[in-house]
Design a protein around this ligand. Structure first.
Ligand code: NAI
Length: 246
């Protein structure tokens, strides 16, 4: 479905980003991953991707830093040529009740989740405009749509992604560049591994399907949005949440 396409995935070294990278590679796309040096299992991820017969490379970059982003993006374009799909997936949480949130906890979450997504998209947009095509997929969260106690910083960053997604869709629709967001519910990754068993049971009780989702559940929607199957869909926010938001 993605044969001959080049895809960039931020935070693609593990969790949801890795599942998206694997799904894209399985469908024939060459993959560039942007991740921090601290992220685990990078070499292993590259080997897994290459086992599908595609090209895979890792670019270390902190997406909070616009200059680092710009040079990583130039390096990716020099290595891969045209980029067809960008997935802004990298994200972090620093949860606490509002009075206990440190300034750094607010800054870091907004800087990685929202500003990082904007920096990466901004640096790739000329590539998309030049080729008059492209699909940008931003990973938001249901928490950005419904709010969550103890996650004011995170929810604000993910709500910001929704406004950014819709604006990019309007600004670049005429250039055949689509921009959509995915809002996952609770998905089993390192991010949710920090939850206690009691918290997990409480969460499950609020999900109509009674279970957490898998990274692959999100990856299959990303494949749809990245491919021509969704060629007339832009500016949408699609939930993958087992009905949590219903
Ligand atoms: P994870 O913690 O397993 O992976 C996060 C990735 O982001 C890592 O590869 C890491 O290297 C990268 N990253 C973090 N800070 C970075 C920085 N400054 N520069 C470059 N890369 C950076 O997280 P997970 O669970 O796979 O989440 C992926 C995305 O999905 C995030 O945006 C998260 O907010 C979102 N999400 C996750 C949900 C879940 O239940 N796991 C639910 C809803 C949304």
């Amino acid at each position: 479905m993605l044969k001959g396409k080049n895809a960039v995935i931020t935070g693609g070294s593990r969790g949801i980003g890795k599942a998206i990278a694997l799904e894209f590679a399985k469908n024939g796309a060459d993959i560039a991953i942007i991740a921090t040096r601290e992220s685990k299992a990078s070499d292993e991820t590259l080997k897994e991707l290459e086992s599908f017969g595609v090209r895979a490379r890792m670019y270390y970059c902190d997406i909070r830093d616009a200059e680092q982003v710009e040079s990583a993006v130039q390096e990716i374009i020099a290595d891969f040529g045209t980029i067809d799909i960008l997935v802004n997936n990298a994200g972090i949480t620093k949860d606490n009740l509002l009075p206990s949130l440190g300034i750094m906890d607010i800054d870091n979450v907004i800087d990685v989740n929202l500003k990082g997504c904007m920096f990466v998209t901004r640096s790739f947009i000329r590539n998309f405009v030049r080729h008059r095509k492209g699909s940008i997929i931003n990973i938001s969260s249901v928490v950005g749509l419904m709010g969550n106690k103890g996650q004011t910083n995170y929810a604000a960053s993910k709500a910001g992604i929704v406004g950014f997604t819709k604006s990019v869709a309007k600004e670049y629709g005429r250039k055949n560049i689509r921009c959509n967001a995915i809002a996952p519910g609770y998905i089993t990754t390192d991010m949710t591994a920090a939850l206690s068993e009691t918290q997990t049971e409480e969460i499950k009780s609020e999900i109509p399907m009674g279970k957490l989702g898998s990274p692959e559940d999100v990856a299959r929607l990303a494949l749809f949005l990245g491919s021509e199957m969704s060629s007339y869909i832009t500016g949408e926010v699609i939930k993958v949440d087992g009905g949590m938001y219903v």
